[in-house]
Design a protein around this ligand. Structure first.
Ligand code: PLP
Length: 389
């Protein structure tokens, strides 16, 4: 294998960490009880609110997205509570499984992994719940396994129309910093996110953006919890500190990531992702391959999931591309294992990185003997050229 040049990390997270963030992290670790640290803490805690488009507090855990999922549950609910989830893909299933193992009664609306959350089905469930037994609605905004983005405002609208008091919890792990996400405006009670996707950081930070309603619920919640308890965190955060040793160097990186996203501006970040995603989809159509999502309005701007034709194995294709071209693509997850591979196009990413990625896929398809049409890469070049500012 030729290892010269850079590895292409085109999985949908962890994403490429830009040099600017690597440089920011590459500093001596400081005393996390010092005044210097408090400045860093304040900068991260206030800066990250702008990325969630939230005025309410955002809690930062030394954890992965999974830890932030658990924090959302154990701070707001009670063992035995009923929650409503949607089978949109692998991550929705994992979050539901976690809920069950924590003792929640999980009602999952079945899905085919090719559609996002159906607000009409949600409305039916809410209408049938006259006793308000459902305590939370849990939805994944960008389902990374299927490359489907659900419409969260329609979820909020269904809750409002039913005048249902359930908390709305949304996983924005692979949308934050890549696809427009508005914690306050969309009336989300807990938003869950992680460091290693749109924020362009190495893995290791988990986030909970919380509403006043979620904070009140956390005071009443009887779930046993300690490390993930919001209240201690919020008390310490007020002074720029954390109740335990924070991931100091990742916070240096987070401060830089926030600065980079603010310098580019969120609308420009989202437009960049949308354009690169559209170029990717044109390439896939050019190859004559089928995408996993069926509804264009739900196509993800962070990741594209592509079926290989029957009789071929996406894992073998990815192995070939890794061995031959030193590029990692996203694996098929859950019931898509072996069937669909994923092209990550989020985070610190530009046109030429995308063209390298798509060229690697096209060459890989040919070398793997996967039937496809020529011209996918050309279709992406044409679109990027036409839309070049
Ligand atoms: N939710 C979504 C949508 C994800 O894509 C992931 C990971 O890829 C997770 C949750 C779990 O996050 P982590 O792997 O950081 O624990």
């Amino acid at each position: 294998m030729n290892r010269a040049g850079r590895h292409f990390l085109q999985i949908p997270g962890p994403t490429n960490v830009p040099d600017r963030i690597l440089r920011a992290i590459d500093r001596a670790t400081i005393d996390h009880r010092s005044a210097e640290f408090a400045e860093l803490g304040h900068a991260c805690l206030t800066g990250i609110q702008s990325i969630f488009q939230a005025k309410s507090p955002v809690i930062i855990f030394p954890a992965s997205g999974t830890g932030a999922w658990e924090a959302a549950i154990v701070n707001t609910l009670n063992p035995g509570d009923k929650v409503l989830t949607f089978e949109t893909g692998h991550f929705a299933m994992l979050w539901a499984k976690m809920g069950r193992s924590l003792g929640l009664c999980v009602d999952m609306v079945p899905g085919d992994w090719r559609h996002g959350v159906d607000a009409a089905q949600l409305a039916e469930k809410l209408a049938a719940d006259s006793e308000h037994e459902i305590k939370a609605v849990m939805a994944v905004h960008n389902e990374t396994s299927t490359a489907i983005t659900s419409n969260i405002p329609t979820v909020r609208a269904a809750l409002d129309a039913a005048k249902h008091p359930a908390l709305l919890m949304v996983d924005a792990v692979s949308s934050l910093g890549a696809i427009d996400y508005r914690h306050d405006e969309w009336g989300v009670d807990v938003t869950i996110a992680g460091a290693q996707k749109g924020l362009m950081l190495p893995p290791g930070l988990g986030f909970n953006a919380i509403s006043d309603k979620a904070l009140c619920a956390s005071i009443r919640s009887r779930f046993p919890r300690s490390y993930f308890r919001w209240i201690e965190m919020l008390e310490n955060n007020e002074k720029g500190f954390f109740p335990y040793t924070p991931a100091t160097n990742l916070l240096y990186g987070l401060r830089e990531s926030i600065a980079m996203l603010q310098e580019e501006s969120l609308p420009a970040v989202f437009a960049r992702h949308a354009r690169l995603a559209e170029a990717t989809r044109r390439a896939v159509r050019g190859w004559g391959l089928e995408m996993v999502p069926l509804v264009p309005a739900e196509f993800s701007n962070a990741v594209t999931a592509v079926f290989v034709p029957d009789g071929f194995d996406e894992a073998a294709l990815r192995t070939l591309i890794l061995d031959r071209f030193n590029m990692s693509l996203g694996a098929g997850l859950g019931k898509l294992a072996g069937k669909a591979f994923r092209i990550g196009h989020l985070g610190s990413f530009n046109e030429l990185m995308l063209m390298g990625t798509l060229s690697g896929v096209e060459m890989g398809l040919t070398l793997a003997g996967i039937p496809h049409q020529k011209g996918g890469v050309d279709a992406a070049i044409e679109y990027l050229t036409e839309t070049a500012a």
